[in-house]
Design a protein around this ligand. Structure first.
Ligand code: DOR
Length: 315
């Protein structure tokens, strides 16, 4: 019989599926639902030092008119503030599944302050630093500013006492950028994983009937998720899998069934996150996608994820 069991940073997981940060993880009731779900791990909403209301609504729309399917969002980091998520890390049931805490400070100092509290906290929550929020007006994505990213990694990794952590990256679209980002990340051995990708930032969805944008913030510009981003996500997973052999890659982008989860793992993802599809379907999605992934493995004669992890063929 086939198994979805895996390990991440030496921790055992029942399966490789989890939520994407931001989806179903902003408040305690949602985090509890994720804990109850059949996900193998879970992550909290990217937080800032202080609570934020985020951008004006409407700020999230599902794009369900026709195929392909997806979402556009410009949430602007609405969240309960770092202390709220820190408190959740103190009561999470780590026996049931690992927990990641995502932080997205508005400044380097804010990030360092959160990292400093986490270093002293006695929880085994795994830190994911979001370098790729596209939706805070006036704040550039750190992942697109290589000097700022390098500076942040230097300070954060030393501030965290070389404890293992990971980064959530934006999608890159140029081989030179894959090379440069990977070279920077490889200078920091305590950066143990990279999560690829955040939404494709600053897309513009237009409704032909109303001749209007469909979300209010930033004149309608927002981050794209769903089917539209799958090939970009797979490219980024595979690019960093090839370039960062000492790090794990978490795949995120366009996963709505076992099929896309399989592709992410084949491209090199150790864990696979779901955002847009989880938003639409709720935490029951993990039960369905687990069964679909197992079925694909059975049909192909694979018993374990290791049988195909990173084994993408080229021509
Ligand atoms: O698409 C995104 N939306 N990515 C982020 O990192 C943050 C989020 C938001 O709150 O805007």
């Amino acid at each position: 019989t086939s198994s979805l069991a895996t390990t991440f940073l030496d921790l055992p997981l029942a399966n490789p599926l989890m939520n994407a940060s931001g989806v179903w993880c902003s408040v305690a009731s949602q985090l509890e639902a994720l804990l109850e779900s059949e996900s193998g791990a879970m992550v909290t909403k990217s937080c800032t030092l202080d609570p934020r209301n985020g951008n004006p609504e409407p700020r999230y729309r599902v794009l369900d008119g026709n195929k392909p399917w997806g979402s556009i969002n410009s949430m602007g980091l609405p969240n309960e503030g770092f202390p709220y998520y820190l408190r959740y890390t103190e009561r999470h049931d780590y026996e049931t599944k690992p927990l990641f805490i995502s932080i997205s400070g508005l400044t380097l100092d804010d990030n360092l302050a959160m990292v400093d509290s986490l270093k002293d906290a006695v929880t085994p929550a795994i830190l994911e630093i979001n370098l790729s929020c596209p939706n805070v007006p006036g704040k550039a994505q750190l992942g697109y500013d290589f000097d700022a990213m390098d500076t942040l990694l230097a300070e954060v990794t030393s501030g965290y006492g070389q404890r293992q952590l990971g980064v959530k990256l934006p999608p890159y679209f140029d081989i030179a950028h894959f090379d440069e980002a990977a070279a920077i990340l490889n200078r920091y051995p305590s950066v143990a994983f990279v999560t690829c990708i955040n939404s494709i930032g600053n897309a513009l969805v237009i409704d032909i009937n109303t001749e209007s944008v469909i979300i209010k913030p930033k004149d309608g510009f927002g981050g794209l998720g769903g089917d539209y981003v799958l090939p970009t996500a797979l490219a980024n997973v595979n690019a960093f899998y090839r370039r960062c052999p000492e790090k794990a890659v978490i795949g995120c982008g366009g996963v709505k069934s076992g099929h896309e989860a399989f592709l992410h793992i084949l491209a090199g993802a150790t864990l696979v996150q779901m955002g847009t599809a989880l938003y639409e379907e709720g935490p029951g999605i993990f039960t369905r996608v687990k069964a679909e992934l197992l079925e694909i493995m059975k049909q192909k004669g694979y018993e374990n994820l290791a049988d195909f992890h990173g084994k993408l063929k080229t021509l």
